[in-house]
Design a binder for this molecule. Structure first.
Ligand code: IMP
Ligand code: MG
Length: 172
């Protein structure tokens, strides 16, 4: 891979410690329930796989895919579905699993899409959220880390599709 300067921002050990804490909370909140985790591709695939392996209650998973930033660091402001859900969410307890929330546009779109199916509850797990972003009309129930307003890569997050394979989170 081409050598670009990457600065470590969150170490793998910090990530796994935090994910265990989030999973403990989910395990308590969903005792006697069967939540369905909806991962947002591509970015959330590693967070999703690490998170659900700490889940002790019966659960299911599915994925949806949205249009990405392309090769840009800035959102196009338009969200489109590239892969739809293949599950019935009516009456289900849904947990949306996202890698990072920046402008909040994607999450807003996902919540609206999911609520059309009339689930009985919808909660949000996001590994990262950027500071100083506009106020959202949703709350993040399970948040990993609040980070500075910088573009980060690794642990599933990409820049122009690269760096998803890194174990830690880096500032580009
Ligand atoms: P939002 O719609 O602006 O909240 O952006 C959410 C999506 O943009 C995330 O799911 C990521 O895929 C991508 N994204 C936002 N910020 C970053 C970043 O710093 N690094 C990598 N991807 C990002
Ligand atoms: Mg994403």
């Amino acid at each position: 891979m081409e050598k670009t300067k990457l600065h470590i921002y969150i170490k793998p050990t910090q990530i796994s410690r935090r994910i265990k804490q989030l999973a403990n909370k989910i395990n308590k909140d969903y005792e006697n329930k069967v939540p369905i985790f909806i991962g947002v591709l591509n970015g959330a695939f590693i967070f999703m796989s690490d998170l659900i392996r700490e889940i002790k209650v019966n659960c299911e998973i599915d994925f949806l895919k949205l249009s990405s930033y392309g090769d840009s660091k800035i959102s196009s402001g338009q969200v489109k579905t590239l892969k739809e859900l293949n599950c019935d969410l009516k009456g289900r307890d849904v947990i949306i699993v996202e890698d990072i929330i920046d402008s909040g546009l994607s999450m807003d779109f996902i919540i609206k899409t999911i609520k059309k199916q009339k689930p009985s509850s919808v909660k949000i797990a996001s590994l990262l959220i950027k500071k100083d972003v506009p106020k959202f009309n949703f709350k993040i129930d399970y948040l990993g880390f609040e980070i500075e307003n910088k573009f980060v890569v690794g642990y599933g997050l990409d820049f122009a599709q690269k760096y998803r394979n890194l174990k830690g989170i880096y500032v580009l």
